[in-house]
Design a protein around this ligand. Sequence first.
Ligand SMILES: [Zn+2]
Length: 90
Amino acid sequence: MKKKSSSKKLASKKHKKEIKRKSKRKESKLYKEEAKRKLGAVERAISLFPKSCNICKSIFTGDDHSLDAWNLKVINDSMILTCEKCGNDN
Ligand SMILES: [Zn+2]
């Protein structure tokens, strides 16, 4: 009968949904761990990143112009940031 076969189809569809939901949960957990790890790396990078010019102590604002004009050098694993003005004086 047609009715019977359609209800069977529905059941298998439901089962598939169940499997999909379970794997999705696993993925989201993995994603969270990955995001956490990435966030930690970003936080470390930000904490190491100088917030002001190494010479005149001008605050680095991080806007588009500053990103282009300021100079970042890495010397012995420490980051030396110099502003537009001090970078040009060198
Ligand atoms: Zn400076």
